[in-house]
Design a protein around this ligand. Structure first.
Ligand code: TYM
Length: 332
């Protein structure tokens, strides 16, 4: 079976609807057809200042949330990036193939470093996309299910794979981004043209999966729409309503057209009220499952240990090929 791989950063106490709809949902549906590898990018999380105790806590919460979302540890390798040292090791080799200017063109680095000033950003933040390329290439996956914001990183990954294959010997498979058009960019509820984002959104703009369901319902009811009254999908003219339609459609498995019909002649109030209820229905069991999983730390630790073992077996084989091809003397 071809492989599928993706990762997520443990940079908040909870994943949000963008993470879930843009990425995790696809992880869940793809795990049957592909050989799945999903990891928590703890090494990426330290590219910005963080608190150690909080990070440890968030990593376990992340693992619990993946399982609660439907990533099945019986099928998928679920692991911590730092438990598979080959990621950092291949990362170094790929850094030596990456042009300085090439790394500098990454828009996510530009955005994130602009906030603190480029001089204050860590070198880790700068080389982050190269580590991400290593994360991916080690597993030679066919698909990498992500949201739109990761597309440029996937392009860099493909460029680096090609460069390595060309300079040395064919080693890497060129991975394809798997970006689901409808949910590629879930937007901020208060600023519906901006991405819903852990780092940039205001609390009212973001729906966390682990929020009190009543809080999420309230956020939906106060989401920014427009001065019209028609519930219709039009991303340019009606970004707020369109975003809500996307969320509604995916969590209830109802086509957008059916929702448009259902709310024809009704106002935004009814629409938001029903969506708020659907959100509560969706997040309540998710939240309960996550909290339950967090009660059993031993089980979580077993899951990530088994995941790391599965992942290491694959990753170390690729790394050995890479070390051989660049000309390192094998240790004896
Ligand atoms: P991260 O942790 O920021 O986000 C995890 C996943 O959620 C997607 N996503 C969204 N999708 C739609 N709408 C949104 N508003 C939204 N916000 C986030 C992201 O696109 C991502 O798929 N660099 C990655 C983590 C990573 C990774 C990897 C991913 C590290 N190594 C290797 C794939 C393969 C990141 O920061 O995602």
């Amino acid at each position: 079976r071809p492989r599928v791989l993706s990762g997520i950063q443990p940079t908040a106490d909870s994943f949000h609807f963008g993470n879930y709809l843009g990425a995790l949902r696809q992880w869940v549906t793809m795990q049957d057809e592909f050989e799945p590898f999903f990891f928590i990018a703890d090494q990426h999380a330290i590219t910005v200042e963080q608190d150690p105790k909080q990070l440890r806590d968030r990593c376990l919460r992340a693992a619990a949330q993946l399982i609660a979302a439907g990533v099945d540890p019986e099928k998928s390798a679920i692991f911590m990036q730092s438990h598979v040292p080959a990621h950092a090791q291949l990362g170094w080799v790929l850094q030596c193939l990456t042009g300085f200017g090439e790394a500098r063109r990454m828009t996510q680095f530009k955005d994130k470093s602009a906030k603190q000033g480029e001089g204050a950003a860590s070198v880790g933040l700068f080389t982050y996309p190269v580590l991400m390329a290593a994360d991916i290439l080690l597993y030679r996956p066919q698909y990498v299910p992500v949201g739109e914001d990761q597309r440029q990183h996937l392009e860099l990954t493909r460029d680096l794979a090609q460069r390595f294959n060309h300079r040395y010997k064919k080693t890497f498979r060129l991975p394809e981004p798997f970006i689901t058009k409808e949910t590629a960019k879930i937007t901020d509820l208060q600023e519906p043209t901006a991405k819903m984002s852990k780092s940039a959104s205001s609390p009212a703009g973001i729906i966390d999966l682990l929020d009190e369901p009543s809080v999420s319902a309230k956020k939906i009811r106060s989401a920014v729409t427009d001065s019209g009254s028609e519930v219709r999908f039009d991303a340019d003219e009606k970004p707020g309503v369109s975003n809500l339609l996307t969320i509604y459609s995916t969590i209830t498995d109802t086509p957008v057209a059916a929702l448009e019909e259902q709310y024809a002649g009704k106002g935004y109030g009814d629409f938001k009220k029903d969506l708020a209820e659907a959100v509560v229905e969706f997040v309540t069991p998710f939240r309960n499952r996550t909290l339950e999983l967090l009660e059993d730390r031993d089980r979580l630790n077993d899951v990530i240990a088994a995941g790391a073992a599965k992942a290491s077996a694959v990753a170390e084989r690729t790394l050995a090929d890479v070390y051989d091809r660049v000309g390192f003397v094998p240790p004896v």
